[in-house]
Each structure stands twice: as structure tokens, then as C-alpha cells.
Design a protein around this ligand. Sequence first.
Ligand code: C5J
Length: 227
Amino acid sequence: MAMALISAQPYDYPLPSDTGIALLIIDMQRDFLEPGGFGDALGNDVGRLQAIVPTVQKLQTAFRHYGRLVLQTVEGHRPDLSDCPPAKQKRGNAALKIGDPGPMGRILVLGEPGNSIIPELAPLPEETVIEKPGKGAFYNTNLEFLLKTHNISHLIITGVTTEVCVQTTMREANDRGYECLLVEDATESYFPEFKQATLAMVQAQGGIVGWTATADQVLAGLAQRYS
Ligand code: C5J
């Protein structure tokens, strides 16, 4: 069989010959995407982030269809905030801080309504959701262990926000040897210029952090490889 590729930047992304690919959906939680959440409390236009939901959904459906691993993350802290560094809680002088009561429960606290994944992308009962206390999904989580257990070498990365949790996670994964592709129209930022800069940073210097491609390019590559 010819090698299957995803047409990508800065050059084609080779798909693995085995099952070692996973979709990683970062922090598509109500806190960041819905009015009344943490993102909104910080004065951001959450509508920008909602625009990618149908595209992430298409990828989630395709990965499920091909029987590939789908992992999601949420950023959140234990109710006693014992895993939230005081520096993180204090940062920004926002009206609503981590742990404060907000319109969707306590801000960025695990188990609160605002901390759940938006209903459109709800995980299936057998799918794993990684609760992460940091911006990067590898910090203080069992993500690396899970990826090793499932023999994953290739990560297709989506979610929010592009230059914060998504980029941090992609860099952490890249340093650990994973072949990472960031899906251009399945990630978003409150700041369009930061998104564009992140895509450019990933692709620069021969893909120093990995690859980028559109969701349609990813779907075409998956169809060629797994149909
Ligand atoms: C932020 C995230 N922006 N998921 N978190 O604080 O990017």
C-alpha cells in the first residue's frame, strides 16, 4: 500500500502505517466557549471560539468512525484549589478569579457546570477526558502514559485557545517525540492575530513544532488511509 499523507504545511504529513494516531481535543469546555464563563469574565468574545465547533465535531465523528482514539482535556482545579499555584490564581487581577462563584459555578473548578465539555462535543462513556491543572496537557496528568499504552505516535490537535493551551500542549508533545499536526480551522483564539502567529510559528523552520492543515485535508488523508 502506498504511504498515505495529509496535504499539510510546511510539507505533507505522513500517516502512520499502524493504528498509532489520536485526535486530541483541547479544553472545549463551557468556561471558555459560553457566555458567563471564565473567557467571557475576562472580557473576551466567546463567539469567535464557538465558530469552530462544527469543524471539531466533523473530526470527532471521523475518528470515531475509523475506530481511532479520541482524547479530550479540560482545564480545571480541585475544589480545594490545592493543585492551583497561587501565582496562577492571582494572575490578571480579573473580577472573577479561579475558584470564585460565577454564573456557571465556581470558575475553572472540576465538576462545576462551567467546567464541562460543551454538549455538542460530549465524550462517549468509553472516551477519556484528561483533567489538567496547567495550560499544557502533559503537566501533572497521565496523558503520556495513556498515549504509550495505546501506542500513539501521531497527534491531530484541535481546540482552544490556540496560543495558550493548544500551543503549550503541542510543544510539550513535540518535545516528547510525537508527530503533531494542528488543525487550522479546528482551533481558535480570542485574538485572531495570535492564532495566525501560532500557525506560522509551528510551520516555521521546516515544521519546528509540527505541521498544520485544514480539517478537510485531514479528513481526505484519513479517508485515503483508513476507508
Ligand atoms: C486559557 C486555554 N486560555 N485552554 N486556557 O487560559 O487556552
